[in-house]
Design a protein around this ligand. Sequence first.
Ligand code: ATP
Ligand code: MG
Length: 425
Amino acid sequence: MGKIQAIRGMNDILPDQSPVWQYVESTVRKVLAQYGYQEIRMPVVEQTDLFKRSIGEVTDIVEKEMYTFDDRNGDSLTLRPEGTAGCVRAAEQHGLLFNQTRRLWYAGPMFRHERPQKGRYRQFHQIGVECFGMVGPDIDAELLILTARLWQELGLSEHTRLEINSIGSSDARREFRAALVSYLSDYTDQLDDDSKRRLETNPLRILDSKDPRTQEILQGAPVLDQYLDDESREHFQALREMLDAAGVTYTVNTGLVRGLDYYGKTVFEWVTDSLGAQGTVCAGGRYDGLVEQLGGKPTVAVGFAMGLERLILLLETLDLIPASVNNDADVYVTAMGDSAVAPALKLAELLRNELPAATIISHCGGGSFKSQMKKADKSGAKYALVLGENEIASGTVGVKPLRTSDDQQDVELTTVASVLKNLLS
Ligand code: ATP
Ligand code: MG
């Protein structure tokens, strides 16, 4: 029998990689905490209807990317392809939205049956942020200022750029849709197959088409901007002024519509040129109608999600992971001979009490001096502690530098913690 492999497009994150993930996640967490955002954790599985009703029936995600299955009761369930729908469901279900404002975030795996390639996977990870109950553009601006700060923290400011657009009210989009359909109808036979189909079902999605001929045809199409309602126009103008005042630079991309149905007014993407076609690292917008659409009281909302795989790929591509991000130990405690094992474990505990921030590895599993030293070296530790019969007899321990050519020094057991404290600081 062959060995069972992971599912295509679903990645294991191995110990070598996890420090990088922890670094990115903790940096994001830190920034979100600075702005008073609170974490919410939702299940990864929801009723299929939740996604159909929020993301929209005629979107890439719902048409062809969802992992949907019947559970044993015959209910149709779906592995979440994104977090907004579940977040709205949870917040509404637990009364977090009525008459209050909320700033929420979540992190975790999302599932989409797409063609796996660099920066595009079937299980991937997002950190998402959703804000509820704030009607003005100030909160839109805050989200973008927050992300700009995050790029600053990660060293990515020079490598990401912000594109923003307003896609207006649903009435404005309806008028624009009619104009777009009437324009595209003259080119029906030249459109790619998806776009042809969407002309009937969801014409705005055609603007997202990657097909070169379709894109060419779109050059002459009516522009959404001309159909914007006054309220959306004012909202967008005020947002632009706030971003200008905050020093967040952006370009207005009038072709930006986003691939999900629930957006209105502000939409945005942070893009990079360093990852090829999978260049969007963070994307979002306003979705004032979604809570009501899902059965809640009308509640305005705005949010974004960023893809962690892409963010990490970008940091690695640009060599921006700090050297301190690794699995290296600080101290490796050896035990030479059976009689040293228990004292070595005890010594390690003492060190963990005295040096709580240090990584202290106790050698386990026996072996020769040479093999223990080899493991000590491999652990990345800066110092090995050598503890054997002789040391125990004399109440000392050998402190052996592993990263310099300095000599081993024998230190009183009672002072080894303070010696190491100095050496490691
Ligand atoms: P794209 O245009 O690249 O397909 P999208 O519009 O489908 O992205 P969203 O649904 O807005 O993406 O998700 C937000 C972010 O999540 C994206 O900007 C990206 O960073 C990440 N993301 C989306 N799909 C994937 C995937 N299949 N694999 C890895 N990351 C993804
Ligand atoms: Mg997509």
